[in-house]
Design a protein around this ligand. Sequence first.
Ligand SMILES: Cc1ncc(COP(=O)(O)O)c(C=O)c1O
Length: 448
Amino acid sequence: MNANPGQMAVADVTPNNLEAFWMPFSANRDFKANPRLLQSAQDMHFTTTTGKQVLDGTAGLWCCNAGHARPKIVEAVQKQVAELDFAPTFNWGHPKAFELAARVAALAPAPLDHVFFTNSGSESVDTALKIALAYHRMKGEGTRTRLIGRERGYHGTGFGGISVGGIVKNRMFFGSLLTGVDHLPSTYVPAQQQFSKGQPEWGAHLADELEKLVTLHDASNIAAVIVEPVAGSTGVLIPPVGYLKRLREITKKHGILLIFDEVITAYGRLGTPFAVDYFDVMPDLVTTAKGLTSGVIPMGAVLCTSEIYDAFMQGPDYAIEFFHGYTYSGHPVAAAAGLATLDVYKEEGLFERAAELAPYWEDAIHSLSDANRVIDCRNLGLMGAVEIESIPGEPSKRAYNLMLDCFEEGLMIRTTGDIIALSPPLIVEKSHIDQIVETLRKCLARAA
Ligand SMILES: Cc1ncc(COP(=O)(O)O)c(C=O)c1O
């Protein structure tokens, strides 16, 4: 027993050795020299181990759409872990996985009526790519193996995801990646789109670049196109008006599957259940994660049409139809968290709330257009980005320092390159939005 219980309490919350944890996508050395350790969270705020309150401007990592430590979700998880902590879903099952799949399918527009569970966005992406490849083979079109992504796309960190993704640092260290991948150009062309409110008017024709790739590779070799409806992780790049519809027309014309990676946009971020609803464009597959459980327990879900699902339902009844899955696909505790999260979204009308707040959010984001260093502001739903000019020769440093400064001022932001990405929980109040903008303006004013 510790002779000094007070000291023990501090030691409980503040580890004195940070070395062992190799932090993901982080500046490990800088963090470990000046750690920002979060101890607890409630609704819109984190509290650090030193007792500092930090407003969550990013829904954690684009995931805590219902806010933090929401009682209904907490209770559901606690109850489930005591009742059924684990159940295999390979040739076994448990009721909540089926219930959640049905609920997710009911939330989505009609053609998307089957759900494959994963544990993350990266796994959802790899799952969707594998479904696309196997689907064509099942249909007797096994030459369709090529996958098309997009420059500045982020589809997680699996080999499939980084291959179709378009972020050089995420790709350049990892060898030859998947073969047979090509990329569309990014939809973001600042000279034509800077300071657009909502969707830029210019750029629908960028979808026609797909026709060039079809001419180059031939449609008979192309399995799928995967894009984020709104690119989130590379800095909130909003699709031009008409772009996604055009992409759908071209993919359909050539028998190519269209995958929307909605890991960020699903579950209310745009004020609708899915971006599919917002843009009124129907892909063949949708990848989701994050907001499915409001980030409480890792879980992802891939939605697909009956046409795709049915193509797999062949052969003898006792045989496995799709050789893919994860130990934790449809995990009972994650499923319980997902069900409670969907309840919270519905009972509190959080998607509608996001839609109602979107105009206020748009004005708030664009009010920073004259702030120091700002070169672009972008927004859609409750997503926003403020791009700042880079320090010559030191890309991302200015935004990184701004993130540190905002933390000192009690605000969590996310930065990617020299872009500040914002995506508050959907329970955000106008006063929080004001605080986000005021803090950013203050920190930008002194950004060296
Ligand atoms: C569009 C998109 N796809 C995939 C992922 C990967 O998700 P995860 O980090 O859960 O693997 C992300 C994460 O931000 C994402 O934004």
